[in-house]
Design a protein around this ligand. Structure first.
Ligand SMILES: C[S@@+](CC[C@H](N)C(=O)[O-])C[C@H]1O[C@@H](n2cnc3c(N)ncnc32)[C@H](O)[C@@H]1O
Length: 258
């Protein structure tokens, strides 16, 4: 992996690229006249900082922060329409939401809109390039009224498997997973550039146990609708006619002795 800039960068962009690289131990190369294809042949994963933001290029395409999906969902919510994820999570203002699989942060943004200023959204991303692109995007999101919402998300570079073990019991109202699907939804093309960079280890019953210790009310998993949620010890919500469904594990009070 490599950090560089667009061609003819400003001094500020050059300095910021160096900072990102140094903070994460990634080599930084002045762009000069090198074209992206030759950089990709050499490094395979190339982070490019420009005045448009931070993008990650791979042979699979360009990954950049684009809050469009979240913006559409938030607009529909403002119009009084329902949002499947929010309904299943039963999130209300002031709640805390742990998003174990941040990805493009669309679900995190919608959750943050719902829980509001008094609520908390903590989002975990294991892939360093995805984390860096989203961190930069959330910090600099446009338009400005959206930026406030985006900056309200706490994004952490971490594997949820180790992070969950460090959290106190019952510390988040809802713990949420949207892992990479084995069989992708083809229409979800926004996730295509994310695929080669994403961690795709499937969820296990042990992961749900880790989450159940941390959740106060429920653990929610998004999956394809033909997924067998019983193998994670969860019950399915969401109809068979949809492309995706949710698995829910309700936490009963005093479960596991807490
Ligand atoms: C399908 S995407 C999530 C999309 C997201 N819900 C959204 O709204 O954009 C799954 C993400 O989870 C990340 N991931 C997978 N396993 C992880 C783990 N063990 N810890 C943290 N992140 C993980 C992947 O790298 C990928 O970015």
């Amino acid at each position: 992996m490599l950090v560089t800039t667009a061609r003819k960068p400003s001094k500020a962009i050059e300095a910021e690229a160096r900072e990102i690289a140094a903070a994460h131990g990634i080599p930084c190369l002045p762009r000069g006249n090198r074209n992206l294809e030759s950089l990709l042949r050499e490094f395979n994963t190339v982070l490019v900082l420009s005045d448009r933001g931070l993008s990650c290029f791979t042979p699979g395409g360009e990954l950049f922060f684009h809050p469009n999906m979240a913006a559409v969902r938030i607009r529909l919510l403002r119009q009084g329409k329902e949002d499947k994820m929010l309904d299943i999570c039963e999130l209300t203002p002031g709640d805390s939401f742990l998003d174990c699989t941040a990805g493009l942060c669309s679900d995190s943004l919608v959750a943050k809109y719902q829980v509001g200023e008094k609520g908390r959204v903590l989002s975990l991303e294991q892939s360093l390039p995805i984390y860096l692109v989203m961190l930069h995007g959330l910090k600099n999101a446009n338009p400005p009224r959206f930026r406030e919402l985006a900056r309200g998300i706490e994004l952490v570079h971490a594997d949820f498997r180790s992070y969950l073990q460090q959290l106190p019991p019952r510390s988040f109202d809802v713990v949420y997973f949207d892992p990479m699907f084995d069989v992708p939804v083809l229409e979800a093309s926004s996730l295509m550039p994310l695929r080669p960079l994403a961690c795709d280890k499937p969820l296990t019953p042990g992961d749900i146990d880790l989450a159940a210790r941390v959740a106060r009310r429920r653990v929610v998993v998004k999956q394809r609708s033909f997924f067998d949620f019983s193998r994670l010890g969860m019950s399915q919500r969401g109809g068979p006619r949809r492309k995706t469904a949710y698995g829910v594990l309700e936490i009963k009070e005093n479960e596991n002795g807490f």
